[in-house]
Design a protein around this ligand. Structure first.
Ligand SMILES: [Zn+2]
Length: 189
């Protein structure tokens, strides 16, 4: 088996082995071989991104974690906060793999897009950190961690046309209305 070059040119999809090409997939090249290759390519890609300790993010998170009853997971849950120089999302909360846990004891990694972060005001930064922390889930009965999905996945246009047609949409819009009322009350004070 040929070694994957360290500096893999992502535009050239090189096969793991010299004697097979990706075009041969349909002719019975073992799937697992292709999967390994793709994984190694992804890893090469990941290593191109820069990650560093997100101290500001951790400080905001610790402020939230010090509040009583805000989260349903243990407040001493080991979470690593990282900045990344470029990413599609604003933030990402991911569950650590067994391999990462064995090496670091972290249960979750919260990664924040530093480019986006730099352009945000303090309030938006807090909202983003709060959002990512809400993805941290813990099952009291089993003692196992998980990723909590978003409350609602819906198109604005459906709500515009059909209103609050589902409970999750209703809850979400009600939260928005309440926030607007609270904001207005605060401004009147
Ligand atoms: Zn999210």
């Amino acid at each position: 088996m040929t070694q994957i070059p360290v500096e893999l040119d992502m535009d050239v999809r090189r096969p793991v082995r010299d004697d097979i090409s990706l075009d041969e997939n349909d002719k019975g090249v073992p799937i697992v071989e292709v999967a390994i290759q793709e994984k190694e390519e992804q890893q090469t890609e990941v290593e191109k991104d820069k990650y560093w300790d997100a101290i500001e993010v951790r400080e905001i998170a610790q402020k939230f974690l010090a509040e009583d009853g805000t989260f349903s997971f243990p407040t001493n849950t080991p979470i690593l906060y990282l900045f990344v120089d470029k990413m599609k999302n604003w933030g990402l909360c991911s569950r650590c793999s067994g391999r990462v846990k064995a090496a670091s004891a972290y249960e979750f990694i919260i990664t924040i897009n530093h480019e986006v972060w730099s352009a945000m005001d303090e309030r938006s930064r807090e909202a983003l950190v709060f959002h990512e922390l809400l993805h941290v889930g813990f099952n009291m009965e089993t003692g196992k961690y998980c990723i909590v999905p978003h409350d609602v996945e819906e198109f604005g246009r459906v709500v515009l046309r059909y209103g609050l047609w589902r409970d999750d949409v209703k809850l979400f819009v009600n939260a928005g209305m309440k926030a607007i009322t609270l904001q207005e009350e605060k401004e009147d004070e």
